[in-house]
Design a protein around this ligand. Structure first.
Ligand SMILES: [Zn+2]
Length: 121
């Protein structure tokens, strides 16, 4: 009986270790700002707050980007941000590459957060 109890404890403990390792593994991935696919951190290239997969980092560096649309992120305005994100995903499927970048500006002492949608010029 004691042996059975010990076995269960060992199995549970083993399960716990496997689970925590899996979580660690998951946290070592990031998302490409252009294609929104998940990549291991070791493959992603960073530029300020943006991360790119190898293919799109090249595109990012070789392209001129212009802001196509800006949305102010404020309480009650979440819908517009979501719509901008959905538009970006849709455009990506139609081979129009772009990325979203958050910027901050101060207006009358207030910090305004803006979500800018960049597309290739
Ligand atoms: Zn990508």
């Amino acid at each position: 009986m004691i042996f059975l109890y010990a076995s269960i404890v060992i199995i549970l403990f083993g399960f716990f270790i496997v689970k925590s390792q899996k979580n660690q593994h998951q946290s070592q991935t990031g998302i490409c700002s252009i294609c929104d696919k998940s990549f291991p951190d070791s493959e992603l290239q960073m530029d300020e707050t943006l991360s790119f997969c190898p293919e799109h980092f090249k595109v990012y560096n070789e392209s001129n980007w212009i802001i196509s649309k800006s949305v102010e992120c404020s309480v009650g305005n979440e819908k517009e941000s979501v719509e901008l994100y959905e538009q970006k995903l849709k455009n990506f499927q139609n081979s129009q590459l772009g990325f979203l970048k958050t910027s901050y500006k101060e207006v009358n002492g207030e910090i305004i957060t803006t979500l800018d949608y960049y597309i290739q010029k």
